[in-house]
Write a protein that binds this ligand. Structure first.
Ligand SMILES: [Mn+2]
Length: 357
């Protein structure tokens, strides 16, 4: 029994990067011959988007060789009104119809609701009592796992707590897998009891610039641990460059090399800092920024914000700086230490030259 598990696509439009990610996921499910596709909440960005996209999603969610189980998340909690047709393969698990029994599995869905911790626990116990001994039981869940130290941005742009749970809540209950959604940043899995797993696949496409790196889904076999599987969807990638003046490198060459390595579906969040000598490069700070923008085209975002290079020509010819740079070159020290030391000498030199005037 093979399952593809994802969540948090936040669909808004047909044909955009998020829509393409959904198409890629369906293609993967088909190629991998999965028995089930599970979407653990926030398939749609808003209630309105679900209304607007329902007729377009219907053909994608019909006629597949697998069922598609969906639960509402905090973003699309009101989207799945009874009687609405999202496609013939779809089973929505909500407050009313919270479980479904298939040939090899029993699946429970805990749709998003503004529950207190007591209510969550009560519900979990109620569901657990209805689990079956004959086959594995799965809980599909949308909310926060408090065990992990999160930053608010890990959930996209949420400001408050949504359905907070702890791994301890699931101990002693009869769920073999908790297939969760809501956590955007990355793939997270925890074996909270022997052979029992809690897993967040992370959003399968970058929703905000905070979700960087290749996106993943959970492609798992019942009885085995969840497995992360990289997909080729749109994503942001941090593109950080530090110019080390002791190395005398051409910033534009470094950038070109980094851009070449950027995947075709990736967009770089550029940050270039450090020092260079405009006399050697033949470009002022303004000109250098303009060249960077030209090279990046639409492959990078936030170039203005990320351009932090400093022209050092006013102190570069100073003998002390030259000696220091040479010394730094000869020493075998790591990149970060080198950076700190250089920042120090630059600060000191600038202060010597201009301080107090
Ligand atoms: Mn959410």
């Amino acid at each position: 029994m093979k399952i593809l598990h994802t969540s948090d696509l936040h669909l808004k439009n047909v044909g955009d990067e998020r829509w393409q990610a959904l198409e890629e996921i369906l293609e993967l499910a088909k190629n991998e011959k999965v028995n089930l596709l599970i979407i653990s909440g926030d398939l749609f960005d808003r209630h309105y988007d679900a209304q607007n996209l329902r007729d377009k999603i219907r053909p994608l969610f019909s006629g597949n060789d697998f069922k598609i189980i969906i639960i509402p998340g905090n973003h699309d909690r009101d989207a799945f009104i009874k009687g609405y047709d999202f496609g013939s393969d779809v089973i929505v698990l909500d407050e009313e119809n919270y479980s479904v029994e298939l040939d090899d599995l029993k699946i429970f869905g805990m749709a998003f609701k503004e529950f207190t911790q007591d209510e969550i626990l009560k519900n979990l116990r109620k569901y657990s009592k209805e689990t079956t001994k004959e086959k594995p039981n799965i809980l599909v869940f949308h909310g926060e796992l408090l065990d992990v130290v999160y930053r608010p941005e890990d959930f996209g742009e949420e400001e408050k707590n949504y359905m907070p749970v702890k791994l301890a809540y699931f101990k002693g209950l009869n769920f073999d897998y908790i297939l969760a959604g809501h956590f955007h940043t990355g793939f997270y899995v925890n074996e909270f009891e022997k052979g029992k797993y809690f897993v967040y696949p992370g959003s399968p496409v970058s929703i905000t610039k905070k979700e960087t790196g290749k996106r993943k889904v959970n492609l798992m076999e019942i009885g085995a641990p969840p497995q992360e599987k990289e997909i080729d969807s749109f994503h942001y990638e941090r593109l950080e460059i530090f110019l080390d003046p002791s190395k005398n490198e051409n910033p534009l060459k470094i950038l070109q090399n980094r851009l070449k390595k950027l995947g075709k579906n990736a967009q770089g969040i550029l940050r270039m800092e450090g020092y260079y000598n405009s006399e050697v490069l033949g470009l002022t700070e303004e000109e250098l920024k303009r060249e960077i923008m030209r090279l990046c085209g639409d492959k990078c975002v936030d170039i203005d914000k990320g351009f932090r290079c400093i022209d050092l020509k006013i102190i570069a010819e100073d003998d002390i700086v030259k000696k220091f740079t040479k010394k730094l070159e000869q020493r075998n020290i790591d990149e970060e230490r080198r950076r700190d030391l250089f920042n120090l000498i630059v600060k000191a030199m600038l202060e010597l030259k201009y301080g107090g005037k």
